[in-house]
Design a protein around this ligand. Sequence first.
Ligand SMILES: *Cc1c(COP(=O)(O)O)cnc(C)c1O
Length: 341
Amino acid sequence: MSDIKKIEWEKLGFSYIKTDYRYVSHWKDGQWDDGELVSDNRLCISEASTALHYGQQCFEGMKAYRTKDGSIQLFRPDENAKRMQRSCKRLLMPEISEEKFIEACKKVVLANEKYVPPYGTGATLYLRPFVIGVGDNLGVRTAPEFIFAIFVSPVGPYFKGGLSPVNFITTDYDRAAPQGTGAEKVGGNYSGSLMPNKMAKDKVFADCIYLDPQTHTKIEEAGAANFFAITKDNKFVTPYSPSILPSITKYSLMHVAKEYLGLEVIEGDVYIDKLDEYAEAGACGTAAVITPIGGIEHKGKMHIFYSENEVGPVTKKLYDTLYGIQTGDVKAPEGWIYKLS
Ligand SMILES: *Cc1c(COP(=O)(O)O)cnc(C)c1O
């Protein structure tokens, strides 16, 4: 248990803080049990678990937000539930029903209520649901048993600096194959990203830009976040590809751009040698929210978007509207907000 009084909400980064309870459910003999809240943050599993050897695991990332009136809400958890079902299906793991998934989220957040950061601090409670293949097994096959668990941790911004721009650099490595598992949130996609990420960080970039694995001419992802850009005539453009992880934040931003800001929205190609068409760019995801991209280095040349030090006006409006919806200050589209208290 962490000393709650010592947490300085405004200074939190994106790191693990042990909270009081986590939710754990087991699958055996064809069904999930009811699941329970436990205080031990360690799992005891077989050394032969498929999650450890063959990467049979998937995860989600979500947040619980404190509103001005002190209540707590989740943002589109039904979408995370559906995406986790797709990940499970792809890796031959048993799916979790939307109902069970959302109920588990509610339980674990309410049990750790005191860790939900106060409104206005910029911090939120991050939820990490995951499914792992466990049990005794040796050959490459699906596991005999599974665990579905959710832990939570209070977090600040994913990229240091919040709404101040960060720089990215392209990498020659791919995070996913064209018909691989890039569109599923599975652990295997991320172990391979550690090295390109380190190479970018060693050169003082926030992370690397992944290009499309087939032609290496189009932007796919900004590290572990989706990418968007604003054209000089105010269109919201974001890449489309079967190897991009379908970000719920990105699809929400597309809606916000169109319905709240009146921008034209295009899901299409963003060529790395045509960045001059864009006035602003950003990385988006639950953890990153929106992080403005100051510039992108590609083949030794740095392209600067709006500014290296300042967030652009459209990016700022997108951020304020989305974060306003998530924290209850802006009216949300029907069905986006799940109130917990
Ligand atoms: C999780 C993730 C995202 C962001 O998805 P959200 O649903 O918006 O949180 C983007 N890219 C990658 C590679 C991810 O793993």
